[in-house]
Design a protein around this ligand. Structure first.
Ligand code: AMP
Ligand code: MG
Length: 413
């Protein structure tokens, strides 16, 4: 009787996703040193050190509007007030001209309050008649005043080491006076597709071939993380060639990522290659899609084998690859945003498996399963909105149930 490798494979229990992620966090550490780069090119780079605020934001009390600065205590509480005008403070560097008691001074948005003033009234709310300012009743103390340090005060932590810098982080650093910043050096990641059927343009497709979607996917995902990509091309379904290519790539990169060839068929050579040139961390994770995802290591370089179906490659890149890349890059892994949505469909699932269902959120705010369910369906990612996350213990969801969903856009950041 012939024993298929898959029957042996089926006897190996898959690792829970949270266990695989914990294994990654325990096993891998930052692989890159630090360098200083201009803020203008720092987006998505990983902050190397804590940044404390060298100045307060704002640096001084200033006006939030165009109007008139005054002392609140000079206003009547039982009716409108009339104050003589004194001075003019536009935004920009200027010496302090103190506001004399009992006066109001013209002021513009962003200008530092003259000393003595604590309140600003909006120009639209008052009138200047015969050189005097008429102010209605009901202004409150400190109105329209931006306090020094109200955003962030001098010496406080602005951003922690390990933060992947997003555009607002760059704005904060710029506002604090930085024009360059210490970040982790870029990781170098080698990528391969595998499979005798995988083709690249401009060659016309022959019967039985498919164009390579996964290298384009991985290039895009890695570029979003400011990672240098070493494109290893396409490996044939052949054991020795796979081993040799992975061995060379591992000596040349911080991480090697392949797609395809990790299932249990005789034409799947990646897991066996990883096992023979290094050590297997895990093979098979209790996740759908993406069950056969594989992680190994050769001489300290991790080798990540993603499944070949593009949706499974995408989901496992996010679930396994991203936490791994964060460790290697010195980045703090931030859990993806989960929003609770109501489901507009029934779905049965196996217990013990973490499942990610591609959904569209329709204008009624309800999540509907993407009608084409295969893990090769690329349009489920281009037209879908989110992954519904169904935890291990669940065996079904029914229309009307709420479940956490992860916006697809947040998988790529
Ligand atoms: P495998 O995991 O190698 O058995 O591949 C599973 C499925 O994904 C097969 O239908 C492959 O043709 C397909 N596939 C594998 N690699 C790619 C790729 N780079 N681009 C598009 N489809 C792929
Ligand atoms: Mg294959």
């Amino acid at each position: 009787m012939q024993i298929l490798r898959s029957s042996f494979a089926d006897s190996i229990a898959a690792m829970r996703l949270d266990r695989a992620q914990a294994r990654i966090a325990e096993t891998y550490d930052v692989k890159v040193g630090t360098e200083t780069v201009a803020l203008a090119i720092a987006v998505s780079r990983v902050l190397a050190e804590d940044v404390t605020a060298p100045i307060s934001l704002p640096a001084a009390d200033n006006s939030a509007i165009d109007g008139f600065a005054l002392r609140f205590d000079d206003l009547r509480v039982d009716g409108p007030s009339i104050l003589p005008l004194h001075g003019r403070t536009p935004a920009g560097p200027s010496p302090d001209a103190a506001l004399p008691p009992g006066c109001a001074g013209r002021i513009f948005t962003g200008a530092v309050l003259p000393s003595g003033a604590d309140t600003v009234v909006m120009q639209e709310d008052c009138a200047v008649i015969d050189g005097k300012l008429h102010i209605p009743q009901g202004i409150f103390r400190g109105a329209n005043r931006r306090l020094a340090g109200e955003d962030l005060s001098h010496g406080k932590l602005a951003l922690p080491a390990g933060r992947r810098l997003m555009p607002p982080d760059l704005a904060l650093l710029a506002a604090l006076g930085f024009d360059s910043i210490a970040v982790r050096k870029r990781l170098r990641v080698a990528i391969f597709s595998t499979g005798n059927e995988i083709a690249t343009p401009p060659h016309p497709l022959r019967r039985g071939q498919v164009y390579d979607a996964n290298r384009a996917l991985l290039c895009g995902l890695l570029q979003r993380l400011q990672i240098d990509v070493v494109d290893g091309g396409i490996l044939p379904d052949e054991a020795e060639a796979t081993k040799a290519a992975l061995r060379t790539a591992a000596g040349n990169a911080d991480l090697v990522i392949t797609s395809g060839g990790v299932s249990a068929g005789e034409e799947d050579h990646v897991r066996a290659a990883i096992e023979s040139i290094g050590r297997l961390e895990f093979w098979r994770v209790a996740i759908k899609p993406g069950h056969p995802v594989t992680l190994g290591v050769m001489d300290g370089t991790p080798l990540l084998g993603l499944p070949g179906n593009p949706v499974a490659a995408m989901v496992t890149f996010w679930a396994i690859g991203r936490p791994l890349l964060d460790r290697l890059a010195g980045a703090t892994s931030v859990p993806s945003l989960r929003l609770s949505v109501q489901c507009g469909f029934h779905h049965l699932k196996k217990s013990g498996l973490r499942e990610y269902v591609r959904v569209q959120i329709k204008p009624d705010g309800i999540a509907y399963v993407y009608p084409k369910k295969g893990t090769g369906i690329l349009t489920s990612l281009t037209e879908g909105d989110a992954l519904l996350e169904l935890t291990e213990e669940l065996t079904s969801i029914r229309a009307g149930d709420f479940a956490p969903c992860i916006p697809l856009l947040s998988l790529y950041g």
